[in-house]
Design a protein around this ligand. Structure first.
Ligand code: DC
Length: 217
């Protein structure tokens, strides 16, 4: 079974880019768990899957595949490459509603564990919101990446195409607020190390994470 490095954090904390680079340097796989929630929101929007409700027991009809290779990242659903489509604002706007359905969270937990188990890799850096607490509470390394609200918004603004900063602020903060009603990813759970990247650049953030991993593995 692959060694799991569990990394949680809010939007713009640097979680995705740092996790991907850490995976590269360790020769590990990289698993973006938010991509599956986004893909499900996409499949619902496309009418390929019915809107999930609390009573749903399985999502057998949801076709999903993701690359764990940090140098060749792609996401597919129903034979469609949705790597870029899942980053569209309309998906970001609808994903929290999908992610708040308990049956969806249960399904995603199993999906994530299966993807790691089947990866045949020495290790996988798994990033999301509930990896340190729900998906892999026994992982040998568990980290929460945070940054001040101001810095997180600034980083997101740089990442996205020309979007009005006020709209972006509203979107990011509202999504965090709605997501954090379901899982707490703003405070580290017991035994989880906190890495605050507010005053760290990208390389310093990568080094901070790598040094905790080296200490703990
Ligand atoms: O990390 P992201 O922005 O791609 O995540 C997309 C959505 O999925 C986000 O609004 C919260 C949800 N999510 C979650 O609830 N649990 C996870 N482990 C990962 C993502």
């Amino acid at each position: 079974m692959a060694t799991i490095i569990a990394i949680d954090g809010p939007a713009g904390s640097g979680k995705s880019s740092v996790s991907k680079e850490v995976a590269r340097r360790l020769g590990f796989g990289y698993l973006d768990t938010g991509a599956a929630y986004r893909a499900l929101a996409w499949a619902v929007a496309e009418g390929r899957v019915s809107r999930p409700v609390a009573e749903d027991e399985n999502f057998d009809g949801f076709d999903y595949a993701i690359s764990l290779n940090p140098d060749d990242f792609w996401v597919r659903s129903f034979g469609v490459d949705i790597t870029d489509a899942i980053r569209l604002p309309r998906i970001a706007e609808s994903v929290s509603a999908v992610a708040s359905v308990p049956a969806v969270r249960k399904f995603m937990k199993e999906l994530t564990r299966t993807l790691v188990a089947q990866s045949q890799l020495a290790g996988v850096v798994v990033e999301g919101r509930d990896i340190t607490t729900v998906v892999a509470p026994d992982a040998p390394v568990r980290l929460l990446l945070t940054a001040s609200e101001e810095i997180r918004l600034e980083r997101r603004a740089k990442e996205l195409s020309p979007e009005d900063l006020a709209t972006l602020r509203k979107q990011v903060l509202e999504r965090d607020k709605s997501d954090s009603k379901v899982v707490d990813f703003m405070k580290p759970a017991e035994g989880v190390d906190l890495v605050d990247t507010t005053n760290l650049d990208f390389e310093q953030s990568v080094q901070a994470v790598l040094s905790i991993i080296r200490e703990q593995l």
